[in-house]
Structures are given as structure tokens and as C-alpha cells.
Ligand binder design. Sequence first.
Ligand SMILES: NC(=O)c1ccc[n+]([C@@H]2O[C@H](COP(=O)([O-])OP(=O)(O)OC[C@H]3O[C@@H](n4cnc5c(N)ncnc54)[C@H](O)[C@@H]3O)[C@@H](O)[C@H]2O)c1
Length: 324
Amino acid sequence: MRVLVTGGAGFIGANLLYLLARNHPEDTLVTLDALTYAGHRESVRPLEDSGRLEFHHGDIRSRETVEPLVRAADAVVHLAAESHVDRSIADAIPFLETNVLGTGVLLEAARRADLKRFHLVSTDEVLGSLPLDRPDLKFTATSPYDPRSPYAASKAGADHLARAYFHTYGLPVTLSNCSNNFGPYHHPEKLIPLAVTNLLRGRKVPVYGDGKNVRDWIHVEDHCSALDLILRRGTPGETYLIGADQERTNNEVVRALLHILGKGAEWIEYVPDRLGHDRRYAIDARLIRETLGWRPRFEFEEALRQTVQWYSDHREWWMPLVRA
Ligand SMILES: NC(=O)c1ccc[n+]([C@@H]2O[C@H](COP(=O)([O-])OP(=O)(O)OC[C@H]3O[C@@H](n4cnc5c(N)ncnc54)[C@H](O)[C@@H]3O)[C@@H](O)[C@H]2O)c1
């Protein structure tokens, strides 16, 4: 297959390209990325240098850029997005432009092409927030949409568009909504890499509010193995929720990182809460486990240790991305 991955210079895109290159030596890998502040071509340079990846620097909002790339592809995995909730609270417009309009441009090109599959990578944040005192409740593929940040609303818009193209044009669309990822190549604006890079630089870790917000953590490689399975064996029209049953409060995450780095609680700095901060996300991933046989491989605390090691070994990657 010739697989077009949008956003391949971003966190999950880069990890996905490495996994596809390993698992499918027969596939041709192509990426389209605008190289925003969040895109790092260096992350996938080894794939480019070894001839495994065709890199196109361009914007998913441009029809002229997108159409020939989609026409030449057998499958599209769409990850390119504005992805940071705090930035969407400061200014929603780039989120609407890339996440909604950009997805629309890709889908328009896709319906005119002869694609075997269009997979949209989305987030559990489109489903809103769960109460802390109901640990029995989890998101499923039939949970109602209830986005609560401009980021989540823009991703919800993309989800609705992709489903509409399945129903209206019969485009072979699949969707996945995944919980919070962590691992290599994660921009240091997000909680885990922010905490690790701050601690490696002798700085405190900012934690929003009371730190009791719960996220369901998954190692990025487990997310990518799920995407690979859906791409090859998923049912068109289906939505798969992806999560690894690893709920942790932000306090627990930061304390685990402090423990790994041999530091105490004095390195935590509580800061005013994010506006509209969702309390809890939790995923019921039974559909993908039962129908596609997907299993996560990474255990949270061990994978966190490996992630800290990666940041410690790759300062040249993240140092240019953090403020002095
Ligand atoms: N990170 C998570 O925990 C998580 C969880 C679930 C779903 N997702 C989804 O996965 C996808 C990837 O997330 P990520 O964390 O890797 O994001 P990221 O911010 O690290 O990467 C996004 C990439 O998209 C590129 N991009 C942005 N605007 C573009 C445009 N207009 N045209 C072309 N490229 C553009 C950027 O340059 C960057 O390389 C997103 O769609 C996100 O919503 C992320």
C-alpha cells in the first residue's frame, strides 16, 4: 500500500511512521506536514535518509497540495492537527482552520480518489468529561459528543465530517478516539514531557488546580499498533475507542516522575486551573480488543521510566523547544 500519513512530523505521526516502516517493509510511506511549531522533520529524518519516507512540506488546507497526494495514495491516516488545549483556549481560530477545514479539504480530495481507507485519528476529549466519583463510567463509541474546549470541539467537527463522508459518499472511513498518549517525540508543552524536561533542567513542575484530574494514559506505540490494525482490518464506518486502562490523577503522574528522578514533592508547583478543565477521561476499549484482538504492551510506570530515559538521552531534540 501507498500510505499517506498527515502530520508525520508530530508526536504520534512520527511514532506511527516508525511502526509502519518496521511492520510493513512492502508499504510506501508518504507524509504531508506543515511543520508548525509542533512539527519536527528531524524526528523522522532517519526514515527519509534511508529512503523509507517521502516527506512533503505543505498544508492540509491547500487543495492543490492535498489532491495529488491523496489521488496517488491507497490509504490516508489523518493526524495533522492543532493539538494543544491551552492554545485553543487562547485562540480557537487556527484549530477551526486546520482541524475542521483542513479535514474537510482532505475528505473532499478523498471522495474523488480511489482510496481503500481513510482513517481519522481523533481524541476521547470529544466525549466530554466524566465525574470523579463514578469510576464505573467509561466512554464507549456510543457515548454522546460533549466537547468542552475549542480543541475538542474542532476535533468533534472533524469526526462528524468524516462520518458524513462515509454515509453520503460511501468513502471507506474509519475513526478512532484515543486517550492521552505519552512517549518519545512528545512536545514539551504537554504534561509528561513538560514535567520531565523541567525536572531535567532543575525547574519545578506546574500542576493545574488540585492535580486530581484523571487521564487514561497509553504509550504512543500502543496507540500506533491499534491504528495499524484498524487501517488493515477495521470495518468501514466503525469508530474504535483506544485506551490502555491506566487511569492516573495528574498528581500521581507527577509523583511517579519525581520518584523516577529521585526528587521530592517540593518540585511541584500548583498553578491556577485551566479554564473548563475536564475532570476525568476513561476509555472502554472492548470493541477493538474483541473484534481486532488489539492488546496494549506497555505498563504505565515502566513505560514512564523509559520515556524519562528517552528525554534524558535526547536533549538535542527538545532543548530548542523549551524557553530558556
Ligand atoms: N497526543 C495525544 O495524546 C492524542 C490523543 C488522541 C488523539 N490525538 C490526535 O492525534 C493527532 C496527532 O496528535 P499529536 O499529539 O501527534 O499532535 P502534534 O501537535 O504533536 O502534531 C501535529 C502535527 O500536525 C502538523 N500540522 C498542524 N497543522 C497542520 C496543517 N494545517 N497542515 C499540515 N500539517 C499540520 C504539525 O506540524 C505537527 O507535525 C491529532 O489529530 C490529535 O488530535 C492526540
